[in-house]
Design a protein around this ligand. Structure first.
Ligand code: IMP
Length: 170
């Protein structure tokens, strides 16, 4: 166990408060990154007081293993135009940062009014590229984690807490 359900819920509420404050009077589009960010997105959006829109993108950077391949491919794009909108990327975890760096440049090219990133877990030690994070839940050690949307080989996303996967199970 790395982060309990209670710790996560408290943090999500604090992140929502910060977003409420920063985007008062605006209607940002939250862009969740499938599939890992779904749980975080669902909790975050329900704690926000400001009106928001919700979109999802799917990219592939990981197979069934635990290491980034560095190859990022769009599997599902946004449903709507985002030019002139305030965008907030919602990510479960930033590891090498390759996925996020790619997404940020892709969305920036669509001329949004602003682009920020909200990430629940930051594996800062593992960063391979400089990537801007505006809202960070927890900075975590370099270990493979599961739960609260994060999977290993497609499993464990439903756990309400975040746990470190026993290396012997990898
Ligand atoms: P990055 O491109 O290396 O930053 O990887 C980002 C993506 O890899 C995340 O959106 C996750 O889907 C996945 N990922 C990275 N670390 C973990 C982990 O510890 N557990 C589960 N998935 C992870």
């Amino acid at each position: 166990m790395l982060l309990t359900e209670e710790m996560i819920q408290e943090k999500v509420a604090a992140l929502a408060q910060a977003i409420d404050r920063d985007y008062s009077g605006r209607v940002p589009v939250l862009v969740g990154v499938l599939t890992g960010a779904t749980i975080f997105m669902a909790d975050l959006i329900r704690k926000l007081q400001i009106p928001v829109e919700m979109e999802f993108m799917a990219v592939s950077s990981y197979g069934a293993g635990t290491e980034s391949t560095g190859v990022v491919r769009i599997l599902k794009d946004l449903n709507s135009e985002v030019t002139g909108r305030d965008l907030i990327i919602v990510e479960d975890i930033v590891d090498s940062g390759l996925t996020l760096a790619y997404l940020q440049s892709l969305l920036r090219a669509r001329d949004p009014a602003s682009l920020r990133t909200c990430v629940l877990l930051d594996k800062a030690e593992r960063r391979e590229t400089d990537v801007a994070l505006d809202y960070i839940g927890f900075t975590i050690p370099n270990a493979f984690v599961i739960g609260y949307g994060l999977d290993y080989g497609g499993l464990y996303r439903q756990l309400p807490f975040v746990g470190i996967l026993d290396p012997s199970a990898i």
